[in-house]
Design a protein around this ligand. Structure first.
Ligand code: GDP
Ligand code: MG
Length: 163
């Protein structure tokens, strides 16, 4: 069974950009994977011989009545339930938001392996700008730039090691 990595976070932090970096083939045939539903984007990739499945969340026809945030919460919960490890993406440039806190609180209670990833960190010196993310209580912050590919490999290593 390939491990499943869920990418969660509020809109616009770069989840889909990261998903594209982590997957070579998208919308993988996942019929073999019991419990995986079709209303999220699945992809697969590998790091050397280690294969994995990635789930992207967000942007999937939110139903107008429930609204985007309710839909996002549902997507997040379902993807997290299906996964072995969670990659929680925040925006290194925007800083911590109330929504980040909500998602962080939810993830902290689950006790599932979770990596806190600060995207859009290209050209940033570690330290100062990332320090505030420690208040989410999820431990170390891994800086990445999904758009430029920086830090993605070591993040993936950490995700697969967390299993
Ligand atoms: P999602 O809503 O979380 O899936 O975010 P997207 O992947 O759609 O990206 C949202 C915006 O952030 C887009 O304009 C991306 O081009 C931009 N973005 C994504 N990754 C990076 C990054 O590493 N650096 C910067 N500067 N922008 C990024
Ligand atoms: Mg997206």
């Amino acid at each position: 069974m390939k491990p499943v990595i869920a990418i969660v976070g509020r809109p616009n932090v770069g989840k889909s950009t990261l998903f594209n970096r982590l997957t070579k083939s998208r919308d993988a045939i996942v019929a073999d994977f019991a419990g995986l539903t079709r209303d999220r984007h699945y992809g697969q990739g590998h790091l050397g011989k280690r294969e994995y499945i990635v789930i992207d969340t967000g942007g999937f026809e939110p139903d107008a009545e429930s609204g985007i945030f309710k839909e996002m919460a549902k997507q997040t919960r379902q993807a997290v339930a299906e996964s072995d490890v969670v990659v929680f993406v925040v925006d290194a440039r925007a800083g911590v938001s109330a929504q980040d806190h909500d998602i962080g609180n939810y993830l902290r209670r689950l006790g599932k392996p979770c990596l806190l990833v600060a995207n859009k960190a290209e050209g940033m010196r570690e330290g100062a700008q990332l320090v505030e993310f420690y208040e989410l209580g999820l431990g170390d912050v891994l800086p990445v730039s999904a758009a430029h590919g920086q830090g993605v490999r070591s993040m993936l290593d950490a995700a697969l090691d967390a299993l």
